[in-house]
Design a protein around this ligand. Structure first.
Ligand SMILES: Cc1cc2nc3c(=O)[nH]c(=O)nc-3n(C[C@H](O)[C@H](O)[C@H](O)COP(=O)(O)OP(=O)(O)OC[C@H]3O[C@@H](n4cnc5c(N)ncnc54)[C@H](O)[C@@H]3O)c2cc1C
Length: 396
């Protein structure tokens, strides 16, 4: 026989936890599964939250580091541009704590938590899906009216649902240090470096308590481990690593192709990295995780109540992709910065008034992800119509 639930959420990262929490709060019978025993183990993100998230979502105070207002952009050749905001712009999440606290909330609401459960496969079962999970050498079957793929950048649930899948990635790798002294205010350093962070950035962020530094870039254009060693030396040039201790190393893939088009079907939908949510420009994925989770849970709750495809149409990625055009263009330009001379030119432009305003907009603006909760506009209704002609497909 096996269990039966309204919604099965696969993956207890930020996206899955937030979606399960919201669905549980509206009274649905929800199970949250993860292949890990503990969502706080094996964290793969730096955990920098932007002001937009801090303003719009609630976080447990103990799961966030002190605020950061200053950003220094640096070129390998020595050029630099400093940006300072009069507001708290970033806070580094204590992600293991945040995931564990969120899980405690979720369980308290009544969501069933099944750790050590790996999604294996699903098959159509009436209106729902019969899901097979592997749990410590045994098989568990559960029937779900809807399945949520919150299983990260290489989503197996996306494949089962016949939805779009990520194709463009950067790889990120970083270290977390404690005990490194910081003189002055909390700071965020970013190196634009086509050799050691090809197509992205190398970063260091010290909030007065924790130091994180790392690098990211297109996988086929660098050796992440070797480049991280170079960045470590660079960080050692501005901070005394000799007085601190490395406590963690993290890494993973970040999809940067922009939110995917087809992310919903009548059997389920995708959230977070599985939906390609990170910003193509900044690769920030945490704010998009929260925003898509909020919309997804609203759509699922209404859809289960009505079975109306019009509800699902609100969760069509093509609605949001149209607003990503400039970010995707910037990603191409960023990816094309391959020589030190091009970076030098970029820094000359950044040092101008317009360049500085642009950088302020990227780092301090509220533009990380479109306002997905906004009502459908006339423009948005075009993809909604497409679902009638197969835009939202029923998987086999
Ligand atoms: C090095 C690095 C640094 C980053 N830094 C930042 C940053 O500072 N700020 C920012 O905004 N973004 C950052 N990002 C991006 C951001 O971390 C991600 O966008 C975000 O964490 C994705 O969350 P998620 O819940 O969608 O996926 P994940 O966190 O990947 O969670 C997926 C979950 O699904 C589980 N899972 C996977 N497959 C299965 C399966 N078959 N069965 C059961 N469970 C499964 C996994 O165990 C995992 O717990 C960074 C990414 C990387 C790699």
């Amino acid at each position: 026989m096996g269990d039966s639930v309204d919604v099965l959420v696969v993956g207890a990262g930020l996206a899955g936890l937030e979606t399960a929490r919201r669905l549980g709060r509206v009274g649905l019978d929800v199970a949250l599964v993860d292949r890990k025993a503990d969502p706080g183990a094996g964290v793969h993100t730096t955990g920098i939250f932007v002001r937009k998230s801090l303003e719009d979502f609630e976080f447990p105070a103990q799961a966030l580091g002190p605020p950061i207002r200053r950003v220094d952009l640096l070129a390998p050749g020595g050029r630099s541009v400093s940006l300072r905001s009069d507001r708290d712009e970033f806070r580094v999440g204590r992600m293991a704590d945040l995931y564990r606290l969120r899980l405690a909330d979720v369980r308290q609401i009544g969501v069933r938590w099944w750790p050590n459960h790996t999604w294996i496969s699903g098959r159509a079962d009436g209106d729902g899906t019969r899901v097979t999970l592997a749990a410590r050498g045994t098989i568990r079957e559960v029937t779900a009216r809807m399945v949520i793929g919150a299983d990260g950048a290489r989503s197996a649930v996306a494949e089962f649902l016949g939805l779009d899948r990520n194709r463009t990635w950067i790889v990120g790798i970083e270290e977390v240090w404690q005990g490194v002294p910081l003189e002055g205010e909390p700071r965020f350093w970013c190196w634009i470096d086509p050799v050691h962070a090809p197509g992205y950035l190398a970063w260091a962020v010290h909030d007065g308590q924790e130091l994180h530094f790392g690098t990211g870039g297109y996988q086929d254009r660098f050796d992440p481990g070797a480049s991280l060693a170079v960045i470590r030396d660079r960080v050692h040039g501005v901070l005394d690593l000799g007085r601190g201790v490395r406590v963690e190393r993290r890494g993973g893939l970040i999809p940067v192709g922009g939110v995917l088009g087809r992310i919903a079907s009548p059997r389920g939908l995708l959230v977070g990295d599985a939906a390609g949510a990170p910003s193509p420009l900044t690769a920030g994925g945490l704010d998009p995780c929260l925003r898509l989770a909020a919309l997804a849970s609203d759509v699922v709750a209404r859809y289960l109540g009505t079975r109306s495809l019009v509800e699902l149409a609100r969760y069509d990625g093509r609605r949001f992709r149209a607003r990503f055009v400039s970010r995707l263009l910037m990603r191409r330009l960023f990816g094309a910065l391959r020589s030190p001379a091009a970076v030098d030119l970029a820094f000359r432009l950044l040092a101008t008034g317009a360049g500085r305003r642009f950088a302020q907009h990227v780092f301090f603006g509220r533009g990380s992800f479109p306002d997905v909760g906004a009502p459908l506009t006339v423009r948005d209704r075009v993809p909604a119509a497409a679902l009638v002609s197969g835009g939202i497909r029923d998987p086999v």
